[in-house]
Design a protein around this ligand. Structure first.
Ligand SMILES: N[C@@H](CCC(=O)N[C@@H](CS)C(=O)NCC(=O)O)C(=O)O
Length: 212
């Protein structure tokens, strides 16, 4: 690794896109290591960096390893306080922002998992479709709750772009992938679109070779 560089281990279009976009937003020097899950070598590399075998993994210039989007996003943004991407701890605004982040990291993210990784749930042969249908139901339910609570204008937390907008964008993108119509969630669609149009997001999408 070049001196002074971060390295992000990522899978194309996966949840690691959140950490990727933030590195671009903050203008930090980083190397993107896009892994190929089909390659034994890449799988071994990932497990050597994270025993869970999951991305994202952020490797700091001094070799420190950090996993979990939530930890990476909060840590990097707290080191760039002037960007005001997250409210100050101890305030109700911070608690509200954490409420969104936790919802995204847990309920929203895991609603998709049975769709993308049905094998993890050992469905009987012929039951994969049923499992995927159930996952889509769960995804629709959790996005409906977010739509209900989403603001009519501005960003999730008010006037300014924040980590909540960035993190939400990554999961909103997956709606198309699982075949859910984005038009069911007009407020969320507007919020996601605002993130998509940012230069940092465009750079990250281009580097992951993602068109939409
Ligand atoms: N809680 C973790 C979840 C990480 C996670 O599930 N990563 C997925 C991509 S979205 C992964 O690495 N999957 C590898 C696989 O399924 O083989 C986080 O938010 O960082």
């Amino acid at each position: 690794m070049m001196r002074g560089m971060y390295r992000l281990y990522a899978l194309r279009g996966s949840c690691s896109l959140a950490s990727h976009i933030l590195l671009e937003e903050l203008g930090l020097p980083f190397e993107l290591k896009l892994l190929d899950p089909e390659k034994e070598e890449d799988r071994e590399l990932l497990f050597s960096k994270n025993p869970m075998g999951l991305v994202p993994v952020l490797e700091f210039p001094d070799g420190t390893l950090l996993t979990q989007n939530l930890a990476i996003l909060l840590h990097l943004s707290s080191r760039a306080k002037e960007r005001k991407l997250f409210p100050e701890p101890g305030t109700i605004e911070h608690a509200r922002a954490m409420e969104w982040m936790a919802l995204l990291a847990t309920n929203v993210h895991t609603a998709f998992t049975p769709f993308f990784r049905p094998g993890r749930y050992h469905p009987e042969e012929g039951e994969v479709q049923r499992l995927r249908d159930k996952a889509v139901e769960q995804v629709e339910r959790v996005f409906s709750v977010m739509e209900e609570r989403a603001p009519e204008s501005g960003f999730f937390l008010g006037e300014d772009f924040s980590l909540v907008d960035l993190y939400h964008f990554v999961f909103f993108r997956w709606l198309r992938v699982v075949g859910v119509d984005e038009a069911h969630f007009p407020k969320l669609r507007r919020l996601a679109q605002a993130v998509r149009e940012r230069e940092a997001t465009q750079r990250a999408l281009a580097r992951e070779n993602i068109r939409r």
